[in-house]
Ligand binder design. Structure first.
Ligand SMILES: Cc1ncc(COP(=O)(O)O)c(C=O)c1O
Length: 381
């Protein structure tokens, strides 16, 4: 007899991972695949960070830390928020997590009761919906449109709010579109009197304009952030949650029970990342920006439409409706025939259908080759 939890049953696959898994199979068969699907920096983490991790290991810093994370790291995070955004965060209001993903989970666990509602954008990061389901909450989608720069329309958002709404997700720079949330949207969100769950994981990867922290607008907020993207530390699994003081004891208890603490060597690496890696990160930013500019120009030349140019993260969400109305099959066709991994827009919600997300977290050489292959495939089709 199969017993399946009904919430788990409602969860949808993370399609980008399925594309990646198929791509890996093709690679095993000897095909050369260009990866424009994954949201993972192709840079190795800066040497100063790697050294800090191995030093921690050789010095025996391999034990459990405080459940909230080492005080030195939490102080470094607090200083970082002060320097970057001018906001005061107490180290006591930070819980260091194993990547930002557990931070999202724990925030929702601390906020939601069964059948509460959580507002997310459509398109948006697909896992938000499934984290909400894991917490027995109901994800409520609000469509955001390419012609509006994928910004929340505040009137539409207000119409989605009910007495059960317990949190609103915002993500800037946004995955999948790379757009920055406008100040006026943050201001409006702050006035809603509902906790805002601001995913700031792509902060630091901004090429035009400035990413704003929700904490510049309201304290009624949970900040999710981490080291995976900005510092190219995906495999070290290090993130954090900044939360209002009233929630901290609950979050600490959740962390103690579910995860105990974040990995100790990764925490030591995180301190080096915040204190020593600026020059390396500036260098990465320059490379990403060149790739961004090239990719936008080239995708448009191939026939993809880009209404709002991405200003951050490492993604372009391009309208592919000239070529397909079925982004899922299109992505797998391109993978099988042109040997390029791309992510179907439908992975990010029904309103992402007809779009394709291209990641430029790859070398310019690979991006050029990948787009050449796609162009050739589309012409021959
Ligand atoms: C918007 C967003 N939030 C969170 C994450 C999770 O990142 P991690 O758990 O590696 O910190 C990702 C990963 O792709 C993401 O795109």
């Amino acid at each position: 007899m199969t017993i399946l939890n009904r919430h788990a049953e409602q969860m949808t696959p993370f399609i980008v991972m399925e594309v990646l898994e198929r791509a890996t199979e093709l690679e095993k068969q000897g095909h050369n695949i260009i990866h424009l699907e994954v949201g993972e920096p192709d840079f190795d983490m800066p040497i100063c960070i790697a050294e800090a991790a191995s030093q921690a290991q050789s010095e025996g810093l391999t034990h459990y830390t405080h459940s909230l994370g080492s005080l030195e790291l939490r102080e470094a995070i607090a200083l970082f928020y002060l320097q970057e955004y001018g906001v005061k965060v107490s180290p006591d209001c930070i819980v260091v997590t194993s990547g930002s993903s557990p931070a999202i989970l724990m925030a929702l666990m601390a906020i939601c009761n069964a059948d509460d509602e959580v507002i997310i954008s459509n398109p948006g990061y697909p896992c938000y919906r499934n984290f909400a389901l894991a917490c027995r909450a109901t994800p409520v989608e609000v469509n955001v449109e390419a012609e509006d720069g994928f910004q929340y329309d505040i009137e539409k958002l207000k119409a989605a709010i009910t007495t059960k709404t317990k949190a609103i997700f915002v993500n800037s720079p946004m995955n999948p579109s790379g757009t920055l949330v406008e100040d006026k949207v943050f201001e409006a969100l702050a006035k809603l009197n509902i906790p805002i769950l601001s995913d700031e994981i792509y902060h630091g990867l901004v090429y035009e304009g400035r990413a704003r922290s929700i904490l510049e607008f309201t304290d009624n907020a949970f900040v999710v952030n981490g080291f995976s993207k900005r510092f190219a530390m995906t495999g070290l699994r290090l993130g954090y949650l900044i939360a209002p003081k009233a929630y901290m004891r609950t979050l600490q208890i959740l962390q103690q029970n579910l995860f105990i603490c974040a990995p100790s060597t990764a925490q030591a690496a995180g301190i080096a990342a915040l204190k020593k890696s600026k020059a390396d990160i500036d260098n990465m930013l320059q490379v990403y920006n060149e790739s961004r500019i090239y990719m936008i120009k080239r995708l448009r030349a191939i026939g993809f439409e880009i209404k709002t140019e991405p200003k951050g993260a490492f993604y372009v969400l391009a309208d592919a409706r000239k070529f397909t109305s079925d982004s899922y099959h299109f992505a797998f066709d391109v993978l099988e025939n042109a040997h390029v991994g791309i992510t179907p827009g439908v992975d990010f919600g029904s309103n992402g259908e007809g779009f394709i997300r291209f990641s430029y977290a790859n070398s310019l050489e690979n991006i050029v080759e990948g787009l050449n292959r796609i162009e050739k495939y589309l012409i021959s089709d």
